[in-house]
Design a protein. Structure first.
Length: 85
């Protein structure tokens, strides 16, 4: 490793660490909620506070076998099968 890239990476890491601590401390200060807002959030019904986004469970996936006919190295026909979803 040459010196220039080593020193650049070293000083870049130090600068990123310094900036990251400042940003993290500002985010921690901004995340404080007033007590009445926090109490209202605790009273909301739990069924409306969670949201699931994704593919619903539909059971195991159906598999099928697909076969093709190829020729082996001696020129004979050979069936090659594989399982697909």
């Amino acid at each position: 490793m040459n010196r220039r890239s080593f020193l650049t990476a070293l000083f870049g890491g130090i600068a990123a660490t310094a900036v990251g601590t400042v940003v993290a401390s500002e985010a921690a200060k901004a995340s404080q909620l007033p007590l009445d807002t926090a109490a209202k959030l605790d009273e909301t019904p739990s069924e409306f506070t969670q949201y699931y986004r994704g593919r619903p469970y539909r059971g195991p996936r159906r598999r099928r076998q697909v076969c093709t006919v190829t020729r082996d190295r001696f020129g004979r026909r050979r069936r090659v099968c594989r399982w697909v979803y």
